[in-house]
Design a protein around this ligand. Structure first.
Ligand code: PLP
Length: 466
């Protein structure tokens, strides 16, 4: 049973604004269909009054919850009691300052930081939100949980299900739309994996229908509890910067869960008086999956006190249906054309004085190679943040002296094919994996050196190239 009378769900729309108990399993407002937020009545539960208080709490090592980089901040999203929380020690991730990548982006020394979410147990940021949604699913007694996925959500859900044995995982993926690293996780962790014909957007539409019909708990980021956990990525960034907000947060945009969660986190921290300044937010689409960029920059779609022009969104999607347009980028994790959190992201862009850009697959792969050369490899979608920061720097939107945090959402090993193809000497393989996607060159390739298995040849190769 839900055990937090101070927490509730609330419709995003100011024209509706209906509230619901946190014990209800909802992914949209039953009254108007808009997304829901998890909210807290801070008069009924005392919020933390300082970062010091939060730190004093989590530094206590006698409670296993304090080992989670998500739940050690639980006083900032108090909807579950300590006994109800399901954790796998997720969120123990790092903010890494790097001049190697900072130079590539065009920033002054000491100004670029990478928030490396690939260090999560399933290898991506998804565990931050999954522990939160999974905990809610456990509270309401769910026996099965489902998601549509470009790969990382399914890997994360499958992991929580198999480790805890609390629920069975049902996963919907588009055919041929998932990297092997991620597919291998879902299969190995024993999830029921339904590979449907179509892409992520098709899988998402279908999983919503099926979960409703069969009463299965849906863990995609339309689930408002997912985003409560994802707020903790920003808490950790602030913690690493000793509670001094950076100038910019740059994040890849797919379903727009992260950007929405980050905006909510900052708005709430400001309301609680824990920060006085909100960083600017840059959301970076892949060029082949650029709905947000199109709507925001070309159709001037804006959040205006919770009101926005729905006709613009409907018209855009209608056109997409008529032309049969499908998302297409080698950054498969963000190959999404109908982002489910669009309206929440508009709110985040409003609250964080945000900007939106798109970067192409060539820019993504070049940026990815630089992240790798800096020692923190990531999957293609993650590198959109670094490519986007570089673009904004070149435009002069980001200044060289700005302190910038790029979010690296997933681990290098999630999609080894893209990385090997970038560095390969095998032109056929390059063309098959990257060339077919419009990547023309690998400017920063680190090619393997073919050498005879003879001592002299090996020594010569090391002297020549080492
Ligand atoms: C590695 C990676 N980066 C970025 C995203 C997109 O995140 P969001 O849906 O929060 O925009 C995803 C989503 O699957 C992902 O797996």
């Amino acid at each position: 049973m839900a055990d937090a009378p101070h927490a509730f769900q609330k419709c995003l729309s100011p024209d509706c604004g209906k509230t619901y108990d946190i014990g209800q399993v909802l992914v949209a407002c039953p009254a108007c269909g808009e997304l829901l937020d998890v909210k807290y009545d801070w008069d009924k539960v005392k919020p933390p009054s300082s970062w010091k208080e939060i730190e004093a709490n989590w530094s206590r090592r006698d409670n296993p919850l304090n080992f989670s980089g998500v739940w050690r901040f639980r006083s900032l999203f108090p909807y579950a009691s300590d006994e109800q929380i399901v954790t796998l020690g997720e969120g123990q991730t790092l903010l890494q300052q790097t001049d190697r990548v900072g130079q590539y982006v065009g920033l002054d020394s000491g100004k670029l930081h990478l928030q490396y979410e690939g260090m999560n147990p399933s290898g991506s940021f998804k565990d931050n939100g999954m522990t939160a949604a999974f905990t809610h699913a456990h509270i309401v007694g769910a026996k099965r949980a489902a998601c549509a996925s470009t790969g990382n959500t399914s890997a994360s859900l499958a992991m929580y299900c198999s480790v805890t044995q609390l629920m069975k995982a049902v996963i919907f993926i588009g055919s041929g739309k998932i990297s092997y690293g991620k597919l291998s996780q879902a299969l190995d962790y024993g999830a029921l994996t339904l590979q449907i014909s179509g892409d992520f957007d098709d899988a998402m539409a279908r999983v919503k229908e099926v979960t409703k019909d069969l009463g299965i708990y849906l863990v995609n980021s339309v689930n408002p509890f997912r985003l409560e956990g994802q707020k903790s990525v920003m808490f950790r960034v602030l913690e690493a910067l000793r509670w001094e907000p950076p100038d910019w947060i740059v994040v890849p945009g797919g379903n727009l869960g992260n950007s929405s969660a980050f905006g909510k986190a900052f708005a709430e921290l400001k309301e609680l008086g824990l920060i006085t300044r909100i960083p600017r937010l840059a959301v970076i689409n892949a060029a082949g999956a650029d709905t947000l960029d199109q709507l925001y920059n070309n159709h001037n779609l804006r959040w205006n006190g919770g009101r926005f022009d729905q006709k613009v969104i409907d018209g855009y999607y209608k056109n997409m249906d008529e032309t049969g347009a499908k998302a297409s980028t080698l950054a498969s994790a963000i190959e999404i054309n109908r982002p489910v959190n669009l309206t929440k992201c508009l709110r985040a862009l409003h609250d964080c004085d945000g900007v939106v850009r798109q970067v192409n697959d060539q820019e993504i792969m070049d940026a990815k190679s630089q992240v790798g050369a800096g020692g923190m490899g990531c999957e293609p979608a993650s590198a959109a943040s670094v490519a986007g920061a570089k673009m904004l720097r070149e435009e002069g939107v980001i200044a060289p002296s700005d302190r910038v945090v790029c979010i690296l959402t997933g681990h290098l090993l999630k999609d080894p094919n893209a990385t090997v193809a970038y560095h390969t000497t095998d032109q056929d393989y390059f063309n098959q994996v990257l060339g077919s996607r419009g990547v023309k060159r690998a400017a920063h390739a680190n090619r393997a050196v073919a050498v005879k298995n003879e001592l002299d040849d090996i020594v010569r190769a090391i002297q020549l190239y080492g």
